[in-house]
Ligand binder design. Structure first.
Ligand code: FES
Length: 67
């Protein structure tokens, strides 16, 4: 499903980017180019980011101690 219609970015692309290390909205904006026009996608992007980070942490608790 398209999350950022302006830049044709899907939820799957966002989830893959988070799994690949994009752990902030700013990083997602930079790597995928989303949110740079109308910005209406940013609220949904934050939700997907939060869900994806929860999934990552639940699948690998060692990440709690990284960083
Ligand atoms: S929907 Fe993402 S910038 Fe417009």
């Amino acid at each position: 499903m398209y999350i950022c219609v302006c830049n044709k970015v899907t939820d799957e692309q966002i989830r893959k980017a988070v799994a690949g290390g994009a752990h902030s909205v700013k990083t997602l904006q930079h790597s995928l180019g989303l949110g740079k026009r109308c910005g209406s996608c940013l609220t949904m992007t934050r939700s997907i980011l939060s869900e994806s980070l929860d999934d990552l942490l639940n699948s690998n608790p060692d990440l709690y101690y990284a960083a």
